[in-house]
Design a protein around this ligand. Sequence first.
Ligand SMILES: [Zn+2]
Length: 473
Amino acid sequence: MNQPCRRAAISGRALLFASLVAVASCGHPDRRPVALVVTGGIVVTMDPERRVLWPGAVAIDGRDIVAVGTPEAIAGRFSAAEVIDASGALVLPGLVNTHTHAPMVMYRGLADDLALMDWLQKYIFPAEAKTVSPEMVRVGTRLAALEMIQSGTTTFADMYYFEDEIARATKAAGLRAVLGQSIIGFPVADAKTPADGLARAEAFIRAFAGDDLITPAPAPHSPYTVDEPTLRAVRVLAARYHAPILIHLAETEDEVAIVRERHAMTPAGWLDSIGLLGPNVLAAHGVWLTDADVAILKRTGASVSHNPESNMKLASGAAPVPKYLKAGVPVGLGTDGAASNNDLDMFEAMRQAALLHKHASRDPQAVPAIAALEMATILGARALGLDKAIGSIEAGKRADVIVVAMDGARQTPMYNPISHLVYVARGDDVRTTVVNGKVLMRDRRMRTLDERVVLADARSLAAKVRDAVAVTR
Ligand SMILES: [Zn+2]
């Protein structure tokens, strides 16, 4: 028995199944040895044909998916060092969260039931002024990474401070991310001026250029908190390093009023007039966009991150997502920071996106289940410019794969896997999470993070946040 066969035979929960595979594999030495096979589940590929293999199997080696097929076909071609039995579960591409502020999990539930400008200016900005530090960002990112791995998110887009710390914590957890170093028009924890923020963004981009998991980016906060010279400098910086740009856009009617007063244009119109918008730009929210603004996004190739839960909770409004989808503007889904959501569960984001637009338009066909799932996978990947690498289960793509249990009372019976993923599943149903070919969680057991340490560190840091906010109030 060779080494891969022996390892397969002792692998955990699927002992009997793995042993059978191992025995079968050992009898056929011509089979290609691979690191991992996920087999026996229903594979929702999200490939161009949106194939669902019922059942299916995925062979993974190194960081890549090497084959997708029936369990028999995959077992016939590959012998795996580790076999994951996904019977009774769905196997799908890892979820893509296109907008969050990972360390803000430390402000989860700190101030609720407020409009955005009050929430931001009276609570969040003052709390951040007193508590954001490299330590807070590290502890918060580890907590966010734990929550994301446990709920099936494998890639996230982030906008925050000390983004280099976020990058290191993200890599250590094993997650993939597009990380935006914030640039904002007032003094913040990691930059006294926008020029400091720009310099920090450039150093960050240089430090993580070409990284396998991290795509570094500048993240000017929004059209109402960053001035024109700074936005022009951001455009030059992003072009120099072929980096994406992450920015908030037209989140509230107040923002539209501020920008109209200053520039006599809509926020999207103004950004376009200074040449900021392009295919490398991901605009978060896009709630208050006119038809002409949607046409601007289409013409420039910019993408949108839709954050239904945050938009509803802050009473910001319902983004014109059906119009984006009809126009062919790439739309991803986001949770936004946990301070305004209050969690990072992308299954909830899918469900709320599907429900919000039916409710807002009184059209039950608005954002059907498959459209919500597309936004959370392949379309979100496209919005981040990563769709050649992730967003679907296809040979040659990076192995970002999750296994979602479907054998409980809540999921029984199951006629349509897509329907269940959007209207029934929760983050807690995720059993196993694989990113870049590496198993980060198997059967709810973490492999890259020590859950008890992550939670204990977060609780102890929360005491400092509580004290700082008590003084602020
Ligand atoms: Zn945001």
